[in-house]
Design a protein around this ligand. Structure first.
Ligand code: PPS
Length: 299
């Protein structure tokens, strides 16, 4: 049955509910593959809500793991060397779980799954988890532009319409609030590294060092400088192995928007109207009232 499906069957579809969470329609197919996923104790998981700097932190982790060796880190496109667990596009025969099964250890695994959807063995296996969060408003703007170009998502229509869906948690992977909070809470009973995009922007060296210590590595200053340079926005934007241009235009139209678009803190100010901002702040206050989690939205 699955082999009869083509990419066209997955283009511009509304997300489908998986255990109550809206999931990218294509990825929702054959969900048992996620539930049956075999973790390995030396897996390193990079978890994020979409558009929170996943690609950035992923390349940082790979550089650290490879002691800053750019040649080793250029072994393949980031989408291949760090597969996304839930990725499933039957028409293109791309499956995150299959790619991961074939991969030698230690594996680097990308996921946007909320805590509740992470295959349970992850916790038993003591996999190393790095979570990166980014402020809600810049994520909304980045996600909107991504959905304009990413045909696996429904077409977002106007910014106003998209923001409404985002605020009500009807976009793929659900509510930003629930995602960042549940991972923040998970940190209480599971040792993980919780990072912020904004901290990486302000002081990449400090954050990269945190990752380095978390991974049990000790790299000298020269290597750290190399990592900072190689993973800067400009370098990554122009690196075809890191900017997603390897992904077929049938899935992503890079003429509409780039995966590495602006890479700044505060771009939301160019999109939120005063009224939208007031409504958003009201919701934010309510949703974030009972958490110690704090974000920065401007420099
Ligand atoms: S995805 O598709 O969910 O995995 O996207 P993700 O990589 O999480 O997020 C994409 C946004 O991260 C920005 N980005 C960076 N910012 C600063 N420095 C570096 N090196 C960097 N790499 C990626 C990217 O530009 C997207 O944000 P926006 O605001 O759209 O530019």
């Amino acid at each position: 049955m699955e082999t009869m499906l083509t990419l066209a069957d997955f283009i511009r579809k509304e997300p489908k509910s998986i255990h109550g969470y809206p999931m990218v329609y294509a990825f929702s197919h054959n969900w048992e593959r996620i539930e049956k996923f075999q973790w390995r104790p030396d897996d390193i998981v990079i978890a994020t809500y979409p558009k929170s700097g996943t690609t950035w932190i992923s390349e940082v982790v790979d550089m650290i793991q490879n002691d800053g060796d750019i040649e080793k880190c250029s072994r393949s496109a980031i989408t291949e060397k760090i597969p996304m667990l839930e990725l499933f596009v039957p028409g293109l025969r791309i499956t995150g779980t299959e790619a991961l099964e074939k991969m030698p250890s230690p594996r680097l695994i990308k996921t946007h799954l909320p805590v509740d959807l992470i295959p349970k063995d992850c916790w038993k296996n003591n996999c190393k988890i790095i979570y990166m969060a980014r402020n809600a408003k810049d994520v909304a703007v980045s996600y909107y532009h991504f959905d304009l170009m990413n045909k696996l998502e429904p077409y977002p229509n106007s910014w106003a319409e998209y923001l409404e869906k985002y605020m009500t948690g009807k976009v793929s992977y659900g509510s930003w609030f629930a995602h960042v909070k549940s991972w923040w809470d998970k940190k209480e009973d599971y040792p993980m590294l919780y990072l912020f995009y904004e901290d990486m922007k302000k002081n990449p060296k400090k954050e990269i060092k945190k990752v380095m210590h978390f991974l049990g590595k000790n790299l000298d200053e020269e290597v750290l400088r190399k990592i900072i340079h190689h993973t800067s926005f400009e370098m990554m934007k122009n690196n075809p192995l890191l900017n997603f241009t390897n992904i077929s235009s049938k899935m992503m139209d890079h003429d509409v928007s780039s995966h590495l678009r602006k890479g700044i803190i505060g771009d939301w100010k160019n999109y939120f109207t005063v009224a939208q901002n007031e409504i958003f702040d009201g919701l934010y206050e309510k949703e974030m009232a009972r958490t110690t989690l704090k974000f920065c939205t401007e420099v």
